[in-house]
Structures are given as C-alpha cells and as structure tokens.
Design a protein around this ligand. Structure first.
Ligand code: UDP
Ligand code: MG
Length: 330
C-alpha cells in the first residue's frame, strides 16, 4: 500500500503479521491464541499469516483454518524467501492502524499483544514498541550468547540502544511500517531502520517460551552473517546520502601523503639528486593511484544517490506533523 494511504473505514484496527515456515504443528494453537488475545478488543483485528514456502503442509492448513475465520488471511508465497521477505509481504497487505509482528512458533506469547497495543494507543510519544525477552528460553551457548554479543554490537553501531534486537514481538504505528522495506536479512535490524525512518522506540519486557514443537530454522552460522550484514547496515544508514564523504575521505587521506611524497622526490630531483628506484617513489605513486580510485568510487556512488533521489523512488524525509502541507496549499 502506498505511503500515507488512509485505511478504509471497515479496516480492522490491528493487523498481526506472522511469517510461517514449516510450523504446521504450531498453527492451530497460534491462531487460537491470537484470537483469544485480540477478539475482546474493540476495533477488530486481522491475522496475516505469510507462508514462506513451507513443505510440511502449513500452507494447506492455513487455508483450511481461514475457511471459517474471516479475520485470518493467509498469504502463500511461491517459495521460501526468508523471514524478512515474508514479513514484508505481510506488511504490504496489512490494513490496520497498528501492526504487530511475532514468530509463528509460539515462543512469543500472543497474550502480550493487548498490553503493548494499549500502550502504543495511549502514549503519543512512541511510534513502536519492541519486546524484550528478559527471560529468554533458548540455549545459552549457541543462541543466547551470540545474540547478546550481536545486541551489543548493533546497539553500538546503530546507536539504537535496546536490550533485545532479535525479539520478533513488536508493535508499530502503521506509518512506520510503510516507511521501511525489508529484504535479505534486514528483519534483524528493524529498530535501526525504524529509527532512521523517524520512529521513537520503546522497549517492554515480554514473555518467552521454549520452542515445544517444530525446529528452529537457523543455526550458529547466522551469527557470522549478522556481523557482515551489520557492516552493510551501518554503512548504508550512516552514509547512504553522502557516500562521497566516506570514499572521498578515504581517498584524500591516501592521496595526500602520496602527493607530498612525490613532491618531496621532485624537489630532490630538481636539486640535482639522483632519485633512482627509491621505495618512496613506489609508495608515493601507489598512494596517489589508490587514493584516486577511492575518490572516483565516491563520485560514482554519489551519482547513484542523485539518480535514486531524482527518480523520486523513496521519500527523503518523513514529517511527524506540520501546519502547512508540503505543496504549500492551505
Ligand atoms: N521463518 C520464515 N522463513 C524462513 C525461516 C523462518 O518465515 O526462511 C519464520 C518461522 O516460521 C518463525 C520465524 O520466522 O515463525 C522465526 O523462525 P525460528 O523460530 O526458526 O527462529 P528462532 O526463534 O530460532 O530465532
Ligand atoms: Mg523461534
């Protein structure tokens, strides 16, 4: 749905989006518990379960469950794309004023949703709430320790201080969802992306249960991928608008000493000294050449940024409130 679109009058107030990959054993309970949590609330809700190419019949079961539950809306993806893409597919279909996410394995507790939604509804000073698994029920060495390290690293690198980035249980105002776009493994960095999109984030402790049915879809290898992704995200978030500042800065700091060295050798030569095959000559030339390469890379990426923005692809900023509309009409 396009940014700023006002949901129809009949739209449910809350959209819950859950990515589902081989969770057939959990689906019935999941659907029942979300209903139990949200049915008593006025305003209505919808549950968008995005089947991410399951091979255990989750897709068929979802369709079957949806037959007698009008609020359950299955989205069946053509193949397994990964959690980020599944979430994005759900976000694009969400109609609610508030959007909630959680995992499909019942490790998050749908019964936490009402309290989070109430807080978001009544507290104007926040745009999203991220769950904090204070008592996380996962293995210590293979899961909790790497995730604690990743949390620290992400907090430090993206300047969004949360205890628990990885908690899937989150609630958002719809605008925030419209401003972020998830792909690859970006769901791990939602708070950073949301903050960049202007969201004010709160963190609230939530329950967490051990996975009792089905298996985790991730192993230890993801910790390493997360670190690589982190490099990318920090770079993208900080320098997306001015890549020349990074590449150019690096280029200048290499080329400048290079130029100085060459100037020095030139002076020696003018004074009649034989400079021959000095290692310094080599070093100076290398520094200048490599520095120039970086500067050129900076210019090229700067051009890409210009083309991107001039193409009007995505808004450059988001307004929280303004007395005047952007086009100047009143
Ligand atoms: N998931 C998905 N696509 C994938 C992998 C996972 O939609 O390729 C879903 C999965 O069904 C679950 C959520 O993402 O609802 C989190 O996965 P999991 O519980 O395996 O992760 P963990 O809790 O072990 O971090
Ligand atoms: Mg899980």
């Amino acid at each position: 749905m396009a940014a700023g679109t006002v949901p129809a009058v009949t739209a449910p107030e809350v959209s819950v989006v859950i990515p589902i990959y081989n969770e057939a054993e959990n689906l019935r309970d999941l659907v029942a518990r979300v209903h139990e949590a949200l049915a008593p609330r006025p305003g209505g809700f919808e549950l968008i379960c995005v089947d991410d190419g399951s091979r255990d019949g989750s897709d068929k079961l979802l369709v079957e469950l949806a037959a007698e539950r009008p609020w359950l809306k299955p989205v069946i993806l053509a193949r397994n794309y990964g959690q980020s893409t599944a979430l994005q597919a759900g976000f694009e279909r969400a109609l609610g004023r508030y959007v909630a996410t959680l995992d499909g394995d019942l490790q998050n507790d749908p019964l936490d949703l009402p309290a989070l939604l109430d807080r978001l509804e009544t507290d104007d000073s926040i745009d999203m709430i991220s769950g904090w698994r204070e008592h996380r029920q996962d293995r210590a060495i293979s899961r909790r320790l790497p995730s604690r390290m990743a949390n620290r690293l992400i907090s430090w690198a993206t300047k969004v201080e949360l205890h628990d980035y990885g908690c899937a249980l989150k609630v958002y105002r719809r605008e925030i969802i419209e401003r972020i776009h998830l792909y690859g493994e970006l769901h791990r960095f939602i708070p950073s992306l949301a903050k960049e999109a202007g969201a004010r984030i709160a963190e609230v402790p939530v329950r967490h249960h051990a996975r009792t049915r089905g298996v985790s879809k991730y192993g230890i290898d993801r910790t390493f991928r997360v670190i690589l992704d982190l490099l990318l995200i920090v770079f993208v978030l900080r320098y997306r608008q001015r890549p020349l500042h990074v590449f150019g800065g690096l280029g200048l700091s290499l080329a400048t000493p290079g130029v100085l060295i060459l100037a020095y050798l030139m002076a020696l030569k003018i004074l009649g000294e034989e400079i021959g095959h000095r290692p310094l000559l080599m070093a100076g030339t290398m520094l200048v050449l490599v520095g120039l390469q970086f500067i050129v890379a900076g210019l090229i990426s700067e051009m890409l940024v210009r083309i991107y923005h001039e193409g009007g692809a995505r808004p450059q900023y988001h307004v929280r409130s303004a007395r005047m509309p952007a086009d100047g009409s009143r």
